[in-house]
Design a protein around this ligand. Sequence first.
Ligand SMILES: [Zn+2]
Length: 317
Amino acid sequence: MNYTRRGIVLTPTDLNGIAVQWVDRMAEASLNVLGVHGGIDECVRFIQGDEGRACLDAATSAGIDVEYELHALGWLLPRGMFPAHPEWFRMDEHGERVADANMCASSAEGLEYVGERGVELARMLTPTTDRYYYWADDAKPWCACEACREHTASDQNLLVTNALTRALTAAHPEAKMGYLAYHNAIEPPTRVRPVDGMFLEYAPIMRNSAVPLDDPTDPKNAEHAANLRRLVETFDTFDMAEAHILEYWVDASRFSDWKRPSVLLPFDADVIEQDARFYASLGFRSATSFGVFLDADYDRMHGPPPIREYGEALTRV
Ligand SMILES: [Zn+2]
């Protein structure tokens, strides 16, 4: 079995009322990593509440790790800081500083502040694995200031992730920070190099999920596969055993175009298995999938989702 870490990523809404049941379901499917995903406040509320605590206890008993996969930048740099420190925020294409998304990736003070907040967040949501996932804002533009202009979205994403990694590893030497290759930052960084303490996380949201990622006859996936090979080269100074796939194999929300009510998951174990073989051939040993919308309502509408079959597909590889 190639994958030592096999997981699912769920929101507090998905877990609501069925969190302990989810842990049982994961254990039956030989899944061993639960990723909690959502807004920071929502995740903290859930984890500190009765059901969250019961979920963590059940996960510990079942030998399941818990991690937090978060679009964290809006929390790390609160928009309310804008009047005091506009230069920490991004410049739009008209030359105006704006607090709508992300930050100025060249602001040393801004990056230092974000790093401190990252350490604070690690105290609030503490993974069982020392692995952290603090992502930029979801599919939002980056900074066009004079210093940032030369950098691609991926470079700016990496500048922020480098700052977070430095801050986290200074506070917790064993901490490892994910660099998320995703959406407008899915291309490899070109000018910025990753610092030590970082691992590659790959989330191919724009792929065609009907056929395997390495299907050469599908132009979109062929482009993804070529890009992923380049990404792996960019991060080849790191142990690929830490690198992490974040897939959409059982993501009912994506198959529903992120609109409720959820459709029935169009589950294809063969695609999952072939994808997992391709990722393993590049050195990945950690794979998870969003399972958003697989909540109590989903069970009522469609019956239990094919999580056991998903786990079995991963363990076959
Ligand atoms: Zn900038």
